[in-house]
Ligand binder design. Structure first.
Ligand code: CUA
Length: 310
């Protein structure tokens, strides 16, 4: 399928998912041509044969073939269903990143994408990833709705203010590909984007080292955790009783409302910004909101820190 890259105007193909999306589009187009072709042949033929004044036989055929009539409804329907199932399973794949995916955070704003690697390396508009490894993007916007579009991977997802969205991919072909914002987000929208660099894993390691930062995302989160005073209540030796955070991530949390919620990225973000909305069972609603004190990037660091508390 990578030979599709030789077709002029056909976008580059950098992942198995992209190749499969291409097959889906090409074969569905093929099916539509197959179904529509007889109609377009019959149309001029019948128009000419039964034109006004022609001597064609216009009497009704007394014999009906119900099987023939049913077949041209049922067969195209069944064929289209095959594509429905195929497309739906491809789409649903996008929501199930494999365990152990490399986690990269994306914060979008007018008009740039900010990417953060787990080691704390940051880049703007360009994204470097290793080839052959699944990468999960956790994305949020600081202002309006943006959309991260990676055409070579055939994936695109909206980046929303106030809510995490995510997408994942495994790019197998090293190379440099396009990266766009695909949602009109203001005057500079058309300039929002950069390049996706898919690198050999050892080249990616060297790149990380070159970019090197002293603090990993989780370590930066831990520092914030102290600076903001979170440790005063959630810390090991805290006097105020607040829910402990060790081993919290990914586990169910019983709420005062009687509901049970899984502590994921969204739950942690909401707990920092809207602490009154999800009170853990057995605790009083005394935590203040940190809305005015933390940026989306800070929150992603805090999430990375809480994630690491086992
Ligand atoms: Cu951001 Cu368009």
């Amino acid at each position: 399928m990578d030979r599709m890259a030789d077709v002029p105007l056909w976008p580059a193909v950098a992942s198995a998912h992209a190749a499969e999306v291409d097959w889906l589009v090409i074969s569905f187009t093929g099916l539509l041509v197959l179904l529509v072709f007889p109609v377009f042949v019959a149309l001029p033929y019948l128009a000419i044969k039964y034109r006004r004044g022609s001597k064609a036989d216009r009497s009704h055929n007394p014999h009906r073939n119900i099987w023939l009539e049913a077949s041209w409804t049922v067969i195209p329907f069944a064929l289209s269903l095959v594509f429905f199932v195929w497309a739906a399973s491809l789409y649903s794949d996008l929501f199930h990143p494999p365990q152990g995916s490399l986690q990269i955070n994306v914060v979008a704003k007018q008009w740039m994408f900010k990417f953060e690697h787990p080691g704390g390396q940051r880049e703007i508009d360009n994204l470097h990833v290793p080839a052959g490894q699944p990468v999960k993007l956790t994305m949020i916007s600081q202002d309006v709705i943006h959309s991260l579009f990676l055409p070579a991977l055939r994936i695109k997802r909206d980046v929303l203010p106030g809510r995490y969205t995510s997408e994942w991919f495994q790019a197998d072909e090293p190379g440099v590909y396009e990266l766009f914002c695909a949602e009109f987000c203001g005057t500079q929208h058309s300039h929002m984007g950069g390049k996706l660099y898919v690198m050999e894993p050892d080249a990616y390691e060297r790149w990380l080292e070159r970019e090197g930062t002293d603090l990993s995302l989780a370590a930066a989160g831990e520092r914030l955790f102290r600076q903001l005073g979170c440790s005063g209540c959630h810390g090991e030796s805290a006097v105020v009783r607040a829910p402990p955070l060790n081993g919290l991530y990914g586990n169910p949390v019983p709420l005062a409302s009687g509901n049970v919620i899984v502590a994921d990225d969204r739950y942690i973000r909401d707990s920092i910004l809207l602490p009154k909305s999800q009170i853990a069972a057995g605790y009083r609603p005394i935590m203040p909101s940190f809305k005015s004190q933390v940026s989306e990037e800070d929150i992603l660091k805090l999430v990375a820190y809480v994630k690491g508390l086992r």
